[in-house]
Ligand binder design. Sequence first.
Ligand SMILES: [Zn+2]
Length: 500
Amino acid sequence: MNVPLPWKTEIKYLGFIFSKTNQNNINIKYLRTKARRKINTLKSIAYKTYGPRTKDLISIANNSICSLFFHNCSTINKWLATHLNICDVIQTTALRTAMGLPIWTPNIILLKLAAQETLSGKIKRLATQFFLKYIAYGAHSPLYRNDGTQSVKLTNKDSSALDQILPAFNIDINHIIKFPITLDCLNIKCEIHLHSFLFQDKSLPKTTIEALFEDTIRTNFSNFFLIATDASKSPQITSIAGTSSTNSFTYRLQHINSIFSAEALALCQALDELPNDEDSVLLLTDSLSALQALANLSIKSHKIILRLAAKIATREKFHQNIVLLWTPGHADIKWNEKADMLARRVSESDLNIQWVSVEDIITQLKVHSENQTDTTYRGSKYYATLGDIPSIQTIAPWLKNRREDIIIARIISRMIITPALLHRFGLNDNPLCSMCKCDNSIEHILLYCRKYSLIRQSLCHRLHINLVGISMFKSFISIICSSQHAIRALFSLVKFFDIC
Ligand SMILES: [Zn+2]
């Protein structure tokens, strides 16, 4: 009591420091100190010859060091480029430790080998995802008022990031599927039959399924109005169709939609267009996943499933009875076959539905960022010598322990310790091979040096290739990393090459 509140120039809240001055500097210093401490811990478990495998250490680097920057990505993405560079340095230091690669390994190779996007890129991506998610919360998000108008404006940086991404995917912000305005959709009472009937078994012969289906409809759903829906996805076109005894529809969809979203959108569209005033509607679909999602509805469900639930809720208000029935696909059930055929027939010129779910946009953003790492690598000077290199995660199942993880990472990145490499960094006076009088590099040792010609022959013999097949370093790497057999052949002979 009666103690005056002390004045403070900064406070920490949820791991973020709010300060009167220089807020960004203070935060980067705070996070860097924390990250460095964790990198030191990582160093203490990243042994050279035994202990945790590289792939697990990469996960640790991601989930405990890089993740320090994810929680506040929506503010960190506005940092200056110099500050974001600091984040990237933290990431590459952590990855280098995890993979057991020396300090001079080029970052481009490091990220490609570890199959990671740059940390600054990931922070920006996560921030965009964060805002997209809030846009999708619609009336429930602080971005909008109850009447749907915007209540908060995004900063220039954030809105310009969205303005770049959405047109790139051909999406209008107004066509992002939003959370339903009311929450009655969480209490829908409709029946969903996934395995209730005998015909719902894919292992049965087609003719049996068809006969059992007809039988089920006759005995259980004779007074129902039947609607069948289907979605189709080809490399060029995503489309949906629905059909009933009186009518049918077909639409082209925004291509970014997954088959799951398309199936759910087909059901939404069917509820909008096909039933009129029928008391009981039976919806047939071959999408088990969409129906399962609807059966396990919660506030965290896909927005598209929530939208479907909202449409069902509206119809239930008018005492329409809605039942959803899973039908095995391609089992000659004539309703399905018709919907399937209609969906397949959709072409570029058909009417387009623009709706797209935020979940599908986020999937695309991830794919895009993975491709980004590959594109940067392919555009770099290393591509010419190394060719397409695999990620450590993909070859990990063929390796036995941490020691092999490190050796292969060092061979692929040409960072294994050789006299030529040491000479490049001023650590060895003589870069030349004593026998051949040329640069004693890893290529020389593995592919050309006369000292090892017998071992090389034996390696070629085991790989079933002739010497010409490995005359270039990149062809050598691609052969070695192509199969478990090849990688084991190299490891059975690697000790004779005097490289580690
Ligand atoms: Zn030599």
